[in-house]
Ligand binder design. Sequence first.
Ligand code: ZN
Length: 353
Amino acid sequence: MRVALHFPKLGSATTVSVHCCPFSVANKLWDDHMTRGMPAGSQTTLRSHATVTGIGVHSGSPATLTLHPAEPNSGIVFLRSGIGGQRDREIAANFRSVIATEFATVLGDQNGPAVSTTEHVLAAVHGLGIDNAVVEVDGPEVPIMDGSAQAFVEAIDQAGIVAQQASRRCIKVLKPVRVGKNGSFGELLPYARGLRIETEIEFDHPIIGRQTYALNVEPAVFRRELARARTFGFMRDVAKLWSAGYALGASFENTVVIAESRVLNAEGVRFPDEFVRHKAVDAIGDMALAGAPLIGCYRSVRGGHKLNHAVLCALMADRSAWTYVEMPEMVRRTRGHAEVTGLAAPNYGPEVS
Ligand SMILES: [Zn+2]
């Protein structure tokens, strides 16, 4: 296989930091380690800036990505800069901005694509509970880094997370919405405890076969279980991908490369089920495009970016299938701990440093 090694190794596997819960309150639904003493339900942003530099996995183009703080209620916005004398373009990280889903989620507007492969940085931002940020990218594609969300988690840690003076508004799924095609399906289901992701993949390949993974998305769990799961690809597909203009920046440094009967990367896999975990990362990134934290369960069976987008569009198109909920209405805090009042409190919360 001609998997080009385009650049020196970016760095070996990094240590995953897990923040411990400073409290011990049994049977609560809202984990204090997710808010770390800050008001539950407050919006969050970054404390300062952080930058990562790399190449796009599909374009091969170099790009620098900078995470910036943003005002309350502004959401996640991509800023495409460095467009040769033209004006920077702002694209909301929203399902309405999706203009392509082949092998990556591409955002743009009526002027065409603005930034490609948005899913891993969005997964990190969403997975760590950040509501408002500007993601500036000075090239056509988010740098792939090591193929996982880890570099973006580290950048967020470097910038820090702060609570803002605004309550968080979530999108609560009220009834099931399902999209299926050719043996694949995706569905969003009511689920009271925040965002839950369930992914299943099945490949006719001895290295993968059928794998399933499920988790409730919380910052500590995202860091520990998902952030390091990398993009994967099959050697048998490479020639076709290259001729179609994809995977031009793919290498052993950013992709788990699967041959007939083995993984070709010298370091092997990071988890035995790294493949399905990565599918969960992609799903979290794509669900961030709801534009607000989802309270619901997203289940994907043999799906991908196209299906993720289709299900989110189907949900949002059915106004009876979801509603906005303000977090303070759902959680009352007493002596620093969350108490559940009436409705179950979502498990989705910011991790504020
Ligand atoms: Zn991915």
